[in-house]
Write a protein that binds this ligand. Structure first.
Ligand code: GLN
Length: 479
């Protein structure tokens, strides 16, 4: 019987001949079939995954050395280009579009012999927090099928949660890896901006987007990040200095953590989550950690600043989908304006159109200074403030989301949905690395986690803190 716990033990079992890559793929394909109704996948690459597994099994039995991700079965969000495979960003406008090249990040995983089992459902163009804005319909949370898995990388989260693959990758512009990880009881890691190349990642808001990783085991998540954390000439916004993957031995000094009082006192925060996290952070004091409560008076501005800036960037990024060069075209060619109008009106879903309109508005003459410039100023203030804070602290801890996974169809008001991003967008506004760790179980039986942020470029400290904190996880997760 195939059972996955970590890449390390999987590789041991492969070496000892107890199992094969083919066993792994067969197992995952049957679970995908059995749990089809969760709607986590857009496309499953069954034949080629089986073929790749057989090839790897052959290489191993011929005595060839195994690479870092030999036979590791991963799934990718439908915004990550994979050469010769369809990619749609869960949008009708990209229906039938095929990637011409693979994203740099995926290429690095493939070079280490990962097997891609399929592409995952998500919110259209990664815009959303519930995976309900998808041309393929909603994804169901495997912990309670009446609830959302979070978004926008909901399919990637459920693929790991429901045991349909070992790990998956998604994208995080304002929480789309951390929040679904929180709702599904997983680790969701968003490295700092510029750590992983964005080349071949369909853009939502380019100065915020970052590829992230879902997994159930921290060392596995770390390994995928180490492999993808490579400079890439094709992405000029990557940070120049490569973070050295040092030996994991940690300092003995206590790690200094901080909690924002505004975050914990936020009126939208579920009382049970607030009291659990408060008690948890109090309990941490003295156990390898110091925890201080500090102020972030700009806290109420993070969501407005995020939505002004990301919609502005999205309105520009999405202007390329006009029916000429990409995908969907209604076939009505009376005149050019009508042609664009028709293709974009029919090709994009409601939330994407809302954001294009909002973004176009905040960038328009007469309103630019009142909204876009102001939001940029807030962003700058936040970046400065956070870097000051990190002169004194190793990490900030916060909830990931104000509530556990809500019911499908429950959140109808888009503004209420935006406001629920209060804890995740700060890391993207400031380009900081952040992670969601599965720690707790709510009285409604849903999992939820704890978020940690570290200073720009310091993924290593973030992962070290995570390792220590996961030892206190109350829902049993392997490190
Ligand atoms: N929920 C946020 C939004 O809708 C984040 C999305 C993301 O990270 N891709 O913009």
């Amino acid at each position: 019987m195939f059972q996955f716990t970590s890449i390390e033990s999987y590789h041991e079992e492969l070496r000892s001949g107890k199992i094969s890559c083919t066993d792994a793929i067969t197992n995952y394909l049957s679970i995908i079939e059995e749990k089809k109704h969760l709607n986590a996948f857009v496309e499953v690459y069954a034949d080629e995954a089986i073929e790749k597994a057989a090839q790897l099994d052959k290489q191993r039995s011929a005595g060839m050395p195994i690479k870092l991700l030999h036979g590791v079965v991963i799934a990718i969000k439908d915004v990550i280009c994979y050469k010769d495979h369809k990619i749609t960003a869960a949008s009708k406008i990209l229906k039938d579009f095929t990637s011409l090249y693979s994203s740099s990040a995926l290429q690095l995983l493939l070079q280490e012999d990962a097997i891609v089992i399929g592409s995952c459902n998500c919110d259209e163009f990664a815009m959303g927090s519930s995976n309900e804005n998808s041309a393929y319909g909603p994804v169901l949370n495997a912990a309670d099928e009446g609830r959302v898995p979070g978004g926008s990388s909901g399919g990637s989260a459920v693929a790991v949660q429901a045991g349909m693959c070992m790990l998956s990758i998604g994208s995080d512009t304002g929480g789309s890896v951390r929040q679904p990880a929180d709702f599904c009881g997983l680790i969701g890691f968003k490295p700092g901006y510029g750590s992983i190349s964005r080349y071949g990642l369909i853009a939502y808001a380019s100065s915020f987007d970052q590829i992230g990783i879902f997994g159930k085991n921290l060392n596995d998540v770390r390994l995928l990040w180490e492999i993808m954390n490579m400079p890439d000439k094709k992405d000029s916004t990557m940070r120049q200095k490569l973070v050295l993957i040092e030996n994991k031995t940690q300092d003995l000094k206590p790690l200094k953590l901080a909690v924002f009082s505004q975050a914990m006192a936020h009126p939208g925060l579920d009382e049970e989550i607030a009291s659990t996290i408060n008690n948890f952070s109090n309990d941490l004091k003295g156990k390898d950690f110091t925890v201080d409560e500090i102020e972030l008076d700009l806290f109420d501005y993070v969501v407005p600043a995020y939505y002004v800036l990301t919609t502005a960037e999205a309105s520009s990024n999405l202007s390329r989908y006009d029916g000429v060069r990409f995908g969907f075209n209604t076939g009505e060619n009376t005149d050019l304006e009508h042609f664009y109008n028709k293709n974009r009106s029919e090709g994009f879903g409601l939330e994407v159109k809302r954001r294009i309109m909002l973004g176009t508005f905040v960038l328009s003459t007469g309103y630019y200074d009142a909204y876009f410039t102001k939001a940029q100023q807030i962003r700058k203030l936040l970046v400065d403030r956070m870097s000051k804070i990190f002169e004194h602290y190793d990490g900030i801890i916060m909830p990931v989301s104000p509530t556990t996974a809500f019911k499908i169809g429950e959140k109808k008001d888009p503004v209420a949905m935006y406001l629920a991003d209060i804890y995740t967008v700060l890391a993207n506004l400031c380009g900081l690395p952040a992670i969601a760790l599965p720690m707790f179980s709510h009285s409604n039986n849903m999992p939820y986690g704890l978020q940690i942020m570290a200073k720009a470029g310091d993924e290593l400290t973030l992962l070290n803190i995570s390792e220590k904190l996961l030892k206190h996880s109350r829902i049993g997760i392997s490190i």
